[in-house]
Design a protein around this ligand. Structure first.
Ligand code: TYM
Length: 329
């Protein structure tokens, strides 16, 4: 049985990108693996949320996890800050992570550009905290979207480096996982790169049908193709990528054919797209609305999850401390 682990930052509610990039696979993997899924609240501190928002968003991600179908009877669900062992491993891994490699990470360069007033050391060492999350449970597979690929490469490098330095075979080298397929990137509907919580272009799992319709209606289009079989511009391809995620192959084929014959009507495409997104998110939204009222259940899930996660993490940390030479006098 493989060990599976993944997390999502508590920076907002979860959207279709989080779902198709990561969450869908969390749910698919629960039956046949030992799974750990957590809310990465410490990682979200890199953007300086205020304390109320931090708590609210941690709760949002937890509720979305449960609403989407992560089952606490099958998987260990926990909040990152409830497992302080992770932060101790993060500290040790930082001693073997170098400024050159950390400052070259794409996500660091990206964030440093977006928040020049707050290029903190937590941003720089984001990949070592992520490696600690993964290595503390000896995970084999990490279901994530395309944007996390480099972080997984770094995790493998840190694991290898630690093993070589101490001449042990303690850490495994985990892989970014999507059932053997390319990792997923769901675009925003505004034609601007990926769908993201902070990009203002996301459709959330908890959006109402009216909100979804409104967002899809606003998606960027043009006056339509004039040459048969021409390639789609990025912003139209984006609509098709989302359609492929939520619709049947027949529907996608139908609109592809209309595009190729220059007969596509964007109004029809958008109508189909909203209908299919709504059909897909409605049962999830209904469960979210139920679960978010149940304080006792949320408490029970996180308390039990923390206990199980800490048990697994403490075991690894013990091994790490031994290997590093920490011994009692
Ligand atoms: P975060 O919170 O940015 O995103 C959570 C997950 O959602 C995926 N994702 C997407 N996939 C496809 N298309 C999109 N538009 C899209 N937007 C987000 C991300 O790839 C990710 O899988 N560093 C992680 C959180 C983390 C973590 C970990 C993950 C912390 N420690 C250990 C795995 C293992 C992050 O920022 O995710």
């Amino acid at each position: 049985m493989d060990i599976v682990l993944s997390g999502i930052r508590s920076t907002g509610k979860l959207h279709l990108g989080n779902y198709f990039g990561a969450l869908r696979n969390f749910i698919r993997m629960q039956d046949e693996n030992k799974c750990f899924f957590f809310v990465a609240d410490i990682h979200s501190l890199t953007t300086h949320p205020d304390p109320r928002m931090l708590h609210e968003n941690t709760r949002n991600v937890l509720v979305d996890y449960l609403g989407a179908g992560i089952d606490p009877l099958k998987s260990v669900i926990y909040v990152q800050s409830d497992v302080p062992e992770t932060m101790e491993l993060y500290l040790y891994l930082n001693m073997h992570a170098y400024l050159g490699e950390l400052s070259k990470t794409v996500s660091f360069k990206d964030k440093a550009r977006k928040q020049p007033e707050n290029v903190n050391a937590g941003l720089l060492t984001y990949p070592t905290l992520m490696a600690a999350d993964i290595l503390i449970h000896h995970a084999d597979k990490v279901p994530v979207g395309k944007d996390q690929e480099q972080h997984l490469e770094m995790t493998r490098r840190f694991a290898r480096r630690f093993n070589n330095f101490y001449n042990v075979e303690l850490f495994k080298e985990p892989v970014a996982y999507n059932f053997g397929e390319e990792l997923i990137k769901i675009p925003g509907l505004d034609g601007n790169g990926k769908m993201g919580k902070s990009e203002g272009n996301a459709i959330y799992l908890s959006d109402s049908p009216q909100e979804i319709e409104k967002k899809v209606k606003k998606a960027l289009t043009d006056s339509g193709p004039t040459v048969p079989d021409s390639p789609k511009p990025d912003y139209i391809e984006n609509l098709f990528t989302v359609l492929r995620a939520v619709s049947t192959p027949e529907v996608v084929n139908h609109f592809d054919n209309l595009w190729n014959r220059c007969e596509i009507r964007y109004g029809d495409l958008k109508k189909q797209l909203s209908e299919d997104i709504i059909r897909f998110t409605t049962p999830i939204r209904e469960r979210i609305l139920e679960i978010e009222k149940d304080e006792e259940y949320l408490h029970k899930v996180t308390a039990e999850g923390a206990e199980r996660a800490r048990e697994s993490a403490a075991k690894t940390l013990n091994e790490v401390r031994q290997v590093m030479g920490f011994k009692k006098f």
